[in-house]
Design a protein around this ligand. Structure first.
Ligand SMILES: *Cc1c(COP(=O)(O)O)cnc(C)c1O
Length: 500
């Protein structure tokens, strides 16, 4: 008798010994990871992966199975010690979220189910996502009739929002005809401080980056409304077709928030689409003392935001909301035969219409909603509001510390959770100061003390702390200022000594 040749993976054998070893490994991983998160404060924020470790990732393709225990050991030795650092309480570089323990556990659950909240189908992940979208609308005071989907992040959300804007405002069947028949060049408007993902979206949408007009900002890094109106008028005179304004709720550089009510008024008068990029700043809507700063946000036609930045959820999760559900669906709905489905029918394709992929360019969509659903229940919206307010208060505390140091100066007003500042050594020219400030950022990273990032404001290189960190305490900012001034002094001396 010929035996069946069959490939199995360990968990399929139902062999009690195999299950026992996998269970043991699983328990160890979980324990290790909980310890890892618990002890994060005691480790350097960041450290270099040595060349030997980097070389480890140039190995040949594994052609035969390796024991999971060994693979895990390799992870612990070669990957885990060299993180980007954003779960650390002293990480304030760029705008990177911190993640939570319960969020990480939710990811385990979602991966175990390996569900896709996909297009739709009849399963509970879809209901979880719709619930989360409804909660987001409620928290941001967006109309209940709006549509929305969870995305990988705000870049994807911006692409979806601007696609709906483009298609709706084109005035013809753009999905069918493309741009071949367009009579007027479609133009959109944003401040010069807008995030780079907007330009990428504009390029991907075939509009060309020239279609994105860059409008100057005022002293608070808000779009200049008068300049905006002038540019729109000029464009109309020159035969262009203005169709959209992108407002910023929290710019990446400085945390500036555009006058969203002012923008909504202009868009209403000019019949333009208002898209708001609220990647992290949208959540100001929850912060008790400052929520009025984004009161105009609910007037947007589309609103893009993240939950992996200021809502502290594990990467990746963002969201797009569109005020007019019909426009949203019209831009993305497409049902091939093999996905035909009917409202209220029996079976897996029954489900409730419309399906989520009627609002998305993606087809397979991971179960991101679970970590959001579980996290929102774990903390509640009011606690999120207090955490966000705390980050803003900490930013103002940091600004006070900076103002109290003669060697430090603020480079922009602190409007939200972002603090831009500069070390100023007497008798150093601007070029040398740029270099000095750059070196301070690098030195603090290299020493594993704190992570800041840098940016350029009014042609000067500045250090930047963006606080979306729920693990930071006031003392952490005391340490930061102490270490920045210490490093600045040391570097000033060594730079002076090496000068010709
Ligand atoms: C981070 C950010 C984005 C991009 O979001 P991702 O989630 O990284 O894709 C867009 N706009 C602003 C203002 C941001 O800060």
């Amino acid at each position: 008798m010929r035996r069946e040749t069959k490939e199995i993976v360990r968990e399929e054998t139902l062999d009690p010994e195999d299950w026992k070893s996998m269970r043991k490994l699983g328990h160890k991983m979980l324990d290790d990871m909980l310890d890892y998160m618990k002890t994060v404060r005691g480790r350097p924020v960041w450290q270099h992966a040595p060349d030997k470790v980097k070389a480890h990732f140039n190995r040949p393709l594994p052609q035969d199975p390796q024991p999971p225990e060994e693979i895990y050991r390799e992870f612990v030795e070669k990957v885990l010690p060299y993180p980007l650092g954003n779960i650390h309480p002293c990480f304030w570089g760029w705008v990177l979220g911190t993640g939570t323990v319960f969020g990480a556990l939710a990811e385990l659950l979602a991966a175990s189910m390996n569900t896709t909240s996909a297009g739709g189908y009849h399963h509970c992940a879809v209901h979880v996502e719709k619930q989360v979208i409804n909660w987001i609308k409620e928290m941001l005071e967006f109309p209940a009739s709006a549509s929305g989907v969870l995305t990988s992040g705000c870049s994807a959300a911006n692409i979806i929002g601007l696609t709906v804007a483009r298609n709706t405002k084109s005035g013809y069947d753009l999905r069918r005809k493309g741009f071949q028949v367009a009579q007027h060049k479609m133009m959109l408007y944003a401040s010069e401080e807008v995030h780079s993902s907007i330009q990428k979206a504009v390029e991907l949408l075939g509009l060309g980056s020239e279609a994105l007009r860059s409008v100057p900002v005022n002293d608070y890094f808000q779009i200049d409304l008068q300049a905006l109106k002038t540019i729109i008028t000029e464009d109309r005179v020159n035969g262009y077709m203005p169709f959209c304004v992108v407002g910023a709720a929290g710019t990446t550089n400085t945390g500036g928030i555009d006058d969203l009510n002012g923008l909504a008024d202009i868009c209403q008068r000019e019949n333009l689409w208002l898209h708001v990029d609220g990647a992290f700043g949208a959540w100001v809507a929850l912060a008790p003392n400052v929520r009025n700063k984004v009161s105009g946000m609910k007037r947007a036609d589309s609103l893009a935001l993240d939950l992996h930045k200021w809502m502290y959820m594990p990467f990746e999760i963002g969201c797009i909301l569109v005020r007019n559900e019909g426009y949203h669906r019209k831009a993305f709905s497409l049902t091939p035969n093999y996905l035909a489905h009917g409202e209220g029918e029996r079976g897996i394709t029954g489900g409730d219409s419309p399906w989520l992929f009627d609002y998305d360019f993606l087809h397979s969509r991971g179960f991101r909603a679970l970590k959001a659903w579980m996290s929102l229940k774990e903390h509640g919206s009011r606690k999120y509001g207090r955490l966000i307010q705390q980050n803003i208060d900490q930013a103002h505390y940091l600004a006070e510390l900076i103002n109290s140091q003669p060697e430090l100066e603020l480079s922009a007003p602190v409007m939200l959770n972002i603090v831009c500042f500069r070390y100023v050594a007497p008798d150093m020219n601007d070029v040398a100061l740029d270099e000095l400030n750059k070196q301070i950022v690098i030195e603090l990273q290299e020493q594993g003390i704190a992570v800041l990032s840098g940016t350029v404001i009014k042609d000067k290189y500045v250090m930047r702390a963006a606080n979306v960190n729920h693990r930071s305490r006031r003392e952490d900012f005391d340490i930061l200022v102490r270490e920045v001034t210490r490093t600045g002094k040391e570097l000033t001396i060594s730079m002076k000594n090496t000068r010709p």
